[in-house]
Write a new protein. Structure first.
Length: 339
């Protein structure tokens, strides 16, 4: 958990809650912040008490994902005999396939998707191409590189995608750097904001409708959920501040519509080569089209997160959800070793 990405605070909140849930399921668990090392019980408790804080990554720090020194971390006496690493990292090198590659090289089983699935889902431009090829509707988009190209193509963005338009870093998460630009002045501002996070910027056609989400667990789609945010967009505050969004599981949808969205989510999960668990987000337009926005290879696992709520709607407790994910990873590791 933790790390140094812009989603550090979300990751810490996810990590300590997963740690507690796995212990409740009977597992022996060591909590590790890749930026600071093994966490003490007092440190875990402090994170639990603080909840999800505002994003404030330690940008002058180094962590194992940046240095690649996984070996030193795993030699900690507390980690001797590790059977499975439960990844609760979000964003940056924790979700783009870097840590997954390190764990693969070390021969350590870990939960979630491998380096390929993580890389594909992290890059929104690439993932949208794969979704489109797989027949999953996704809003039209334009990706630019750098400020100069961004400014040069703003006219094309307005003409082709219209206003308002979504502007975001293509590899970001937790809606950081995301804006909804209603006019050309806001479009200029949104471009600058997105460039603070990443050199590339993705402009996406804005689809007005109901925001719905589908969790995937193993080969099964969990009940569809609907998010009704207090703000115009389901932004960082609405995601992680209690009372800032209604999250309804299962969503009030006709059965055939819910099944169609679940099937599209499973297709997206497969097209992006994800495994074990993920979350796929859609906008359900008034004409009934479910437009896929993105898939999350390592979805949030806080008390206010969507995947645990979807699992609960299916009768799966948070502790059992974490246990099942860990067991799937352990079984895969045993199968791969042929033991």
């Amino acid at each position: 958990m933790g790390g140094i990405s812009g989603e550090r605070e979300v990751s810490l909140a996810s990590g300590v809650q997963v740690t507690r849930a796995l212990r409740e399921a009977g597992h022996e668990v060591v909590g590790v912040d890749t930026n600071r090392g093994v966490l003490s019980a007092a440190e875990e408790g402090a994170i639990l008490d603080s909840g999800v804080r505002d994003p404030n990554p330690p940008d002058d720090s180094e962590d194992v994902l940046r240095t690649g020194d996984l070996g030193a971390l795993m030699r900690d006496p507390l980690l001797t005999g590790t059977e499975v690493v439960f990844l609760a990292l979000h964003g940056g090198r924790g979700e783009d396939g870097t840590v997954q590659t390190l764990l693969d090289l070390a021969g350590i089983p870990f939960v979630g998707s491998d380096r390929v699935g993580c890389a594909l889902s992290m890059d929104k431009d690439l993932s949208k191409r794969l979704l489109r090829d797989a027949g999953v509707p996704t809003p039209d988009w334009i990706t630019v590189k750098g400020r100069e190209e961004g400014h040069a193509r703003l006219g094309e963005v307005v003409q082709r995608l219209g206003l308002p338009v979504i502007v975001k870093p293509p590899s970001g998460g937790s809606t950081q750097g995301l804006s909804l630009a209603h006019d050309e002045v806001e479009l200029q501002e949104a471009l600058g904001k997105a460039l603070e996070y990443e050199e590339q910027v993705l402009f996406e056609r804005y689809v007005q409708g109901r925001e719905v989400t589908v969790g995937i667990l193993g080969d099964h789609a969990l009940p569809v959920g609907e998010i009704i945010p207090e703000h115009e967009l389901f932004d960082y505050e609405c995601k992680y501040r209690p009372g800032m969004a209604q999250e309804i599981f299962p969503a009030d949808l006709p059965p055939d519509v819910a099944v169609r969205i679940q099937n599209d989510a499973l297709v997206a999960h497969g097209a992006l080569r994800l495994r074990e668990f993920s979350r796929v987000d859609f906008i359900l337009a008034p004409d009934g089209t479910a437009w896929c926005l993105e898939a999350n290879a390592l979805p949030g696992m806080t008390g206010n997160s969507l995947l645990p709520k979807a699992a609960q709607a299916a009768g799966i407790t948070f502790s059992d959800l974490c246990h099942r994910v860990a067991e799937m990873a352990l079984k895969r590791g045993v199968d791969q070793r042929g033991v």
